[in-house]
Design a protein around this ligand. Structure first.
Ligand code: BGC
Length: 474
């Protein structure tokens, strides 16, 4: 009788069953070149639908930001950044020639604030701005002009003007009440007013739009702003003629191009092309926004650790990992952070010592073998690679729509996943190479635009303020 041995392509020092399990997971999380193409084509279709009519899955929201910064913008502007892990309050001093200095302070947003009443959240933001101004800047006197603020609000907001827009839905674990359907700029302005704070919300800015503008401040040819952090999304310049859902009244300035906030996290909520696994379905089912943001849930930092946690539990239950033993931390939702995956992926020691420390000391697994640690490392690698390949489909879709294939193209990216996950950029390029050929992929420059959205929001506040002054003079 011949015994067939399972091929150990992933070099695990484990049993035959463990090798089989890892091979299986490798396949489940794989996105083949053919699938990359299908997803990218579908992306272009969904983008066009979003440009054509309201209510499409990928919302394609006009941002009311139409010009490109020249780098010569000057002045002092405030920026707020809400939407990731913290609230950031900044004051930018734009000095021209792409130069600026910044003062900033971070404030923690508690889970209570994320899930409580929106008025409390706005009051907290206004108090934070007050603290920041008192500690770091000077407030204008009664006869002086108000401070102008760019409000980076990183959620799907259906904008009706540069400083107006209603929240479509919450994402990334926020679920404050009395917010959906309301104008988020007005709500914040109200809280400023109650405190007699001389601050005007001059613009609401999505973080992708801020990132795009911040990078364009130094490199005007930047084509796209992408966030690969707690959540994920992208924006790019679209020809206004292609925004079919827009009537002339909505584009009174009659500009030729406009930055569109895609809200790509919502891509394929109909589940037509995304290669969802049972672990993705578990993450989705237990999330605060069931059946929404499925693309985001396969890609962004908030969810990758959680996907791996489900995959680990599944193997533990089959006695294929940690000798069948879990821990109270690992059993809890969000118990395994994406930051651990990044650290494990970086662990190059022979015995995976760093991985051992995370699993045993931080997570509380009683004991782990080398095979256990190798398996966890592999799972992180599969999930990270899949995230990069799926994001490449989104970027590829924009490149197709924007006629950028084969051309020099700068994509400004911010977010912990892009900044810290080992070789994320290499994986993105590899996938773009499979889609469009190596030569075309090598023409793309992925640029880290760290904390770019704050600077972008300040620049947009400046542009909005200038426009308003001009209109008043006319
Ligand atoms: C939001 C987007 C945002 C992205 C990145 C998503 O959850 O819907 O508006 O740009 O996260 O922060």
């Amino acid at each position: 009788m011949t015994v067939t041995k399972t091929t150990n392509i992933h070099q695990i020092d484990g049993t035959e069953e463990q090798i089989k399990a890892i091979n299986g997971l490798s396949q489940e999380f794989d996105v083949t070149t053919e699938r990359l193409r299908t997803i990218t084509d579908q992306f272009v279709k969904e983008m066009r639908r979003g440009l054509d009519h309201d209510g499409a899955t990928v919302a394609m929201i006009p941002s009311y930001v139409s010009g490109r910064p020249t780098g010569d913008e000057v002045g002092r502007y405030l920026a707020l950044d809400l939407g990731g892990t913290n609230l950031r309050v900044c004051e930018f001093d734009l000095k021209g020639k792409g130069d600026c200095s910044v003062k900033q302070q971070k404030f923690v947003i508690s889970d209570e604030l994320k899930t409580g009443d929106m008025r409390d959240l706005c009051d907290y933001i206004a108090d934070s701005v007050d603290t920041f101004l008192t500690e770091h800047c000077s407030k204008p006197g009664p006869n002086e002009e108000m401070l102008q603020l760019g409000y980076t609000f990183s959620f799907p907001v259906l904008q009706t003007a540069i400083n107006r827009g209603v929240l479509k839905q919450w994402t990334k674990g926020f679920s404050s009440t009395n917010a959906v359907g309301k104008d988020v700029a007005l709500l914040l302005q109200e809280s400023f007013k109650k405190r007699y704070l001389p601050v005007n919300v001059a613009a609401i800015v999505n973080d992708t739009v801020g990132t795009l503008m911040a990078y364009a401040y130094c490199y005007p040819e930047t084509a796209m702003g992408v966030i690969l952090g707690t959540g994920t999304n992208a924006s790019y310049y679209e020809k206004t003629a292609n925004i079919k859902k827009w009537s002339e009244q909505e584009n009174p300035a009659g500009t030729d191009e406009m930055v569109v906030n895609m809200e790509w996290g919502a891509f394929d909520c109909e589940r037509q092309v995304l290669p969802l696994t049972m672990y993705d379905n578990k993450v989705n089912r237990q999330s605060r926004n069931l059946h929404q943001q499925l693309f985001e849930k396969m890609i962004s930092g908030m969810y990758l650790g959680e996907i791996v946690r489900h995959a680990m539990i599944n193997l533990i239950d089959q006695y294929l990992l940690f000798n069948g033993e879990s821990s109270p931390i690992l059993n809890k939702q969000w118990g395994f952070e994406t930051a651990y995956l990044t650290a494990i992926e970086k662990d190059k020691t022979e015995n995976l010592d760093e991985t051992k420390e995370i699993l045993e000391e931080t997570i509380g697994i009683p004991s782990t073998t080398l095979a256990d640690r190798q398996m966890v490392k592999k799972m992180g690698e599969f999930v990270g690679r899949r995230a990069a390949r799926l994001s490449a489909c989104g970027m590829g879709g924009v490149m197709m729509q924007d006629d950028k294939i084969g051309q020099e193209c700068i994509i400004a990216i911010d977010g912990s996943l892009f900044e810290f996950y080992p070789n994320f950029e290499g994986l993105l390029r590899e996938a773009l190479g499979e889609l469009f050929g190596e030569e075309a992929a090598n023409k793309v420059r992925f640029a880290l635009a760290r904390d770019g959205s704050g600077l972008g929001a300040a620049i947009i506040a400046m542009m909005a303020h200038k426009q308003q002054q001009q209109q008043q003079q006319q």
